[in-house]
Design a protein around this ligand. Structure first.
Ligand code: 6GU
Length: 233
């Protein structure tokens, strides 16, 4: 999979060289490239923003650098066979990013992620991007961040770990929170008693059927307590 990220703060993404995703990049499973939007500016000050038409607080990202960036990156398909890219704009005004969204994006050959700052990107950029690929505005949830970078990193990690070969043991992918619509069960390791707190007996019983039943009950109980919204829909 090829992932092109466009940002005015490329160094945010340095952390993606670490750990499992870093290894996947080194081995070529994930071709992740971070681009500086200012490389597509033409003026001496490398300007990426301007005041909003109609007035209001803050600045808006100018369309021209985005147009040039998208033109260049959309034509840089990872393969002949790859179709149009999926162009993702992290945005608090987007659809909510879920595990199902991560699974969907993990199937794509080419993702382009455009990180906005300030009050957002000129709306025409989204319309234009739709002529180059499938455009998705995606939000992490109902709170406000200063820009798309942190959201983009979260999405890259969620998508990246679903690509075959990125996570060493594929079984660890299926027992996570949200993979089956429930929160995951609690985990324990040695010692069996720690500061007067014992590991639940059933986990020491060797009875795999009983353990599976207990874990499923735990999943349902904590989902009811913490995330009842997941059970009602
Ligand atoms: Cl994707 N972007 C910004 N700026 N804020 C957010 C978000 C995204 N998701 C939640 N809050």
């Amino acid at each position: 999979m090829k992932i092109d990220v466009v940002s005015i703060f490329p160094s945010y993404f340095d952390g993606l060289s670490l750990s499992l995703l870093g290894k996947a990049r080194a081995t070529g499973i994930v071709d992740l490239r971070i681009h500086d939007l200012r490389d597509w500016t033409g003026d001496r000050h490398r300007t990426v923003d301007d005041t909003p038409y109609g007035g209001g607080a803050g600045m808006v990202m100018k369309p021209e650098p985005w147009g040039l960036a998208l033109d260049e990156l959309a034509s840089s398909s990872p393969s002949e066979a790859a179709g149009a890219p999926t162009i993702i704009f992290p945005s608090p005004a987007g659809e909510v990013f879920r595990q199902s969204t991560a699974r969907e994006f993990a199937q794509r050959e080419h993702l382009i992620i455009g990180c906005g700052r300030y009050e957002g990107i000129d709306e025409r950029v989204f319309e234009y991007a739709a002529t180059l690929g499938e455009v998705r505005l995606v939000s992490l949830g109902d709170y406000v961040l200063n820009g798309g970078e942190v959201a983009a990193m979260a999405m890259i990690e969620a998508v990246g770990r679903l690509i075959p070969g990125v996570v060493g043991n594929p079984a660890s992918l299926v027992e996570e929170s949200h993979e089956d619509g429930l929160l995951e069960y609690g985990s324990y390791t040695k010692p069996s008693v720690w500061r007067d707190r014992a590991v639940p007996d059933v986990l020491l019983s060797g009875n795999h059927g009983a353990i599976a039943t207990w874990r499923r009950e735990q999943q349902i109980e904590r989902t009811r307590a913490r995330r009842p919204d997941l059970l009602s829909d």
